[in-house]
Design a protein around this ligand. Structure first.
Ligand code: FMN
Length: 378
């Protein structure tokens, strides 16, 4: 029996299997509004058999967008477009999740294929997209050549915490059943957590506990606006891979503090706090971040999602069977094959006769397979 394809429950929500579509920004929204692209993109992952389908990093404030094409939930009018997407995902038997985000000092960035450099006045003439001012815990640029962000005042901090709560309320109205806070990859919540980006000397910086305060307050603000019955996740960079940055032992303590605020699961990624250059300590190989998911799950006694460079169904099965994590998330593998979960189910013996497929596909594929077998072709 496959454990990757066994159900998993968090609060009142049951995922039909342990496979999540990792949040993947499309940079395709206009003024933060979802459109047909988001429907088709996320819809095909639901049709492809994933148990949890995360919508991409979605800005809780207009200035918290990373790029001009980011999705947003900073105003009520943005709910409707996403509601159509979640209706479809629900209908296909997957759980719709959303990643709430504020980019902090990474705001006002060009899309990857436009250079991943700061937006400037040139973008106005090329794409009619103007730069905007970024805010951050400290006035330290993200990388060489980036403008210095404005240091957040107490009022800025309180406002962004409230914005996360309001976006949570809109997420519920939009039909999402799970929220993940983007607290990894150098985005605002991670900027507060990491001593590399946070040099504050007030209650928001300095000690581990002070740097953790913003994440804890964000969790509290969301929980106050998000139904008890629905799960809350945080994506953390378990390590910055840099001396003087966050190390996994500290992340274990952050996970414990978040658990106390009603966070149910930690999505365990790494890196991204400053610049595009890969830290020397970061060695990428198949499933290289799984050990962090395992350690956090065990030491903080909280469920985890393992993510990063996973593609082999048998290895994913092992991760769940060995209790290295409670779920796995895939990104690029699903871009290559949105039906990966259905193919993995066949490979692991969890689905015979294409029964897991949408009937409109499975019916024909089952008949074709029978014929191929009968003819001795396959
Ligand atoms: C197109 C694309 C967009 C991404 N956007 C996000 C995002 O919005 N939020 C996030 O947490 N990670 C984002 N990521 C990172 C993925 O969620 C994932 O953690 C990473 O790609 C490693 O998983 P993989 O090896 O399965 O691709 C993105 C990755 C890709 C390929």
């Amino acid at each position: 029996m496959s454990l990757l394809f066994s159900p998993f429950k968090l609060r009142d929500i049951t995922f039909k299997n342990r496979i999540a579509v990792s949040p993947m920004s499309q940079y395709r929204a206009k003024d933060g509004y979802a459109n047909n692209w988001h429907m088709v993109n996320l819809g095909r992952f639901a049709m492809g058999g994933a148990g949890l389908v995360y919508a991409e990093a979605t800005a809780v404030e207009v200035d918290g967008r990373r790029t001009p094409g980011d999705l947003g939930l900073w105003q009520d009018e943005q709910v409707e477009g996403l509601k159509q997407v979640t209706d479809f995902i629900n209908q296909e038997g997957a759980i719709p999740g959303i990643q709430l985000s504020h980019a902090g000092r990474k705001a006002s960035e060009r899309r990857p294929w436009h250079g991943e450099t700061p937006v400037d006045d040139e973008d106005i003439s090329i794409r009619d997209e103007a730069p905007w001012k970024a805010i951050a815990p400290s006035s330290i640029p993200y990388a060489d050549g980036w403008p210095a962000p404005e240091e957040m005042s107490d009022a800025d901090i309180e406002r962004v915490i409230t914005s996360f709560g309001e976006a949570a309320r809109r997420s519920k109205e939009a039909g999402f059943k799970m929220i993940e806070v983007y607290a990894a990859h150098g985005f605002l919540v991670h900027q507060f957590l990491s001593p590399i980006a946070n040099k504050r000397t007030d209650k928001w910086g300095g000690s581990d506990e002070n740097r953790r305060r913003f994440a804890v307050e964000v969790a509290r603000s969301i929980r106050a606006n998000w139904p008890e019955k629905y799960p809350l996740a945080f994506r953390l960079s378990a390590t910055d891979w840099l001396d003087g940055g966050v190390e996994v032992e500290e992340t274990v303590e952050t996970a414990k503090a978040l658990k106390a605020e009603g966070v149910d699961i930690i999505d365990c990624s790494t890196g991204g706090i400053s610049g595009k250059e890969r830290p020397r300590r970061m060695v990428i190989e198949h499933g290289f971040q799984v050990p962090f998911a395992k350690q956090i799950q065990k030491d903080a006694d909280i469920a985890t999602i393992a993510v990063g460079f996973l593609w082999d169904a048998k290895r994913c099965e092992e991760v769940i069977a060995n209790e290295e994590a409670s779920m796995i998330a895939l990104a690029r593998e699903l871009l290559d094959d949105p039906n990966w979960p259905l193919h993995a189910a066949a490979e692991l013996g969890a689905d015979e006769n294409h029964a897991m497929w949408p009937i409109e596909f499975g019916w024909w594929l089952m008949k074709r397979e029978r014929l191929l077998n009968k003819l001795g072709i396959k």
